[in-house]
Design a protein around this ligand. Structure first.
Ligand SMILES: *[C@@H]1O[C@H](CO)[C@@H](O)[C@H](O)[C@H]1NC(C)=O
Ligand SMILES: *[C@@H]1O[C@H](CO)[C@@H](O)[C@H](O)[C@H]1NC(C)=O
Ligand SMILES: *[C@@H]1O[C@H](CO)[C@@H](O)[C@H](O)[C@H]1NC(C)=O
Length: 343
């Protein structure tokens, strides 16, 4: 007698159950819990990578190019969030604003870090010249801004000077970004690349700390080792791939000028890419002021981002932007005041 009633009761329960609003419109978690979970989500993995070339003590143009690249706001503060900003050296010389531009980068380095981003500085030949006392391109306004020649000399001391220490602590001769892009001021030649980025950085740091600016093979730009090598020994060293015989990474222009022809240049670029396991090499140093545009050759394997940003070189604005795609590739753009172009 009880069974039909039981069945009816079960059916009623089933109907009630099915009429329950779905869990979508009635979230199981209270709002506060949901909010805290949302906040625990990790930050986006990769911001953009933005790179700018030689700045030559020109604060106005430096701010203009960093604003163009959207890593600095109208108040000259970091606005790049998780982005990485790479500057490929030659902040100093030819212009008046040496102190202001180095201090801007020092401020941005801290602000970027707080925001989850990063500022990377790479040595140019002019940084190394100034650290080594080669002051051929220092302007009178620059001397005055330091309070005279003696004060300037003290400031640039690597061990005791405020600017020398700032540079030593934060610059490297090369930087590998996210394993796919190598930055150096001059061109990276295969003989140097084979040593690996870390060794190059350690070699340059050691030379700078020791004050060995003129003789250290890594810095010289003449193709001579400054060691009294015989002609025969030179050739042997060359064949052995010695670092002594090659242009150092702050001076070389062999890729930028394609002095051995395009085919040889791209062969050399490919050898460097292979040695460092990267997709592209980015240099400053050889100003593209005739075009004011980023030079890209060897199928985007090599680019020059020194477009002559400072007024001394014509005041051309351009920055490089690298976007990380979901499939592990990168999209590379040139940013100009007139717009953004794939390079
Ligand atoms: C810019 O940075 C300075 C120093 O960190 C700070 O005092 C100022 O409020 C910032 N300006 C803006 C608009 O965030
Ligand atoms: C410079 O390079 C060395 C070796 O790769 C590295 O340990 C160091 O952290 C780098 N310094 C900066 C400021 O990036
Ligand atoms: C070049 O390499 C050969 C063979 O390894 C070696 O005998 C020679 O000493 C090297 N020459 C120099 C200048 O390092």
């Amino acid at each position: 007698m009880l069974r039909p009633i039981l069945i009816l009761a079960l059916m009623a329960l089933l109907i009630l159950y099915l009429r329950q609003p779905s869990s979508k419109s009635s979230p199981i978690l209270p709002k506060a819990v949901r909010t805290s979970i949302k906040h625990q989500q990790p930050p986006p993995k990769n911001g953009r990578t933005v790179a700018v070339g030689d700045l030559h003590s020109d604060l106005e143009q430096t701010l203009a190019v960093l604003r163009l690249a959207k890593v600095v706001d109208a108040d000259s503060n970091w606005s790049g969030g998780y982005d990485t900003l790479v500057q490929t050296g030659d902040i100093v010389d030819r212009g008046p604003d040496t102190i202001a531009v180095y201090n801007l980068f020092d401020k941005l380095r801290k602000q970027a870090k707080d925001a989850g981003g990063k500022v990377v500085n790479v040595y140019g030949n002019h940084e190394v010249m100034n650290l080594g006392g080669d002051l051929r391109y220092v302007t009178e306004e620059d001397y005055a801004s330091f309070g005279g020649r003696q004060k300037r000399k003290e400031a640039w001391d690597v061990k005791t000077g405020w600017l020398g220490k700032q540079i030593y602590d934060n610059f490297n001769i090369t930087h590998v970004q996210n394993g796919h892009t190598v930055f150096s001021h001059g061109d990276m030649e295969p003989e140097w690349a084979r040593l690996g980025a870390e060794t190059l950085n350690l070699l340059s740091r050691e030379a700078i700390w020791k004050g060995d600016f003129r003789n250290a093979p890594i810095f010289h730009g003449t193709g001579k080792c400054f060691l009294a090598l015989t002609k025969e020994k030179e050739r042997e060293e060359d064949e052995n791939g010695s670092i002594c015989m090659e242009f150092g990474p702050i001076w070389s222009r062999t890729h930028a000028t394609q002095e051995d022809g395009m085919e040889e240049t791209c062969k050399s670029v490919d050898a460097v890419k292979k040695a460092l396991g990267v997709n592209r090499l980015i240099s400053g140093h050889t100003p593209q002021y005739r075009t004011g545009k980023i030079l890209s050759i060897c199928n985007g394997g090599y680019m020059v981002i020194d477009v002559g940003i400072s007024k001394y070189y014509g005041g051309h604005l351009a920055a490089l932007e690298i976007i990380e795609n979901d499939d592990g590739t990168q999209s590379v753009y040139a940013l100009y005041p007139g717009g953004k172009r794939l390079v």
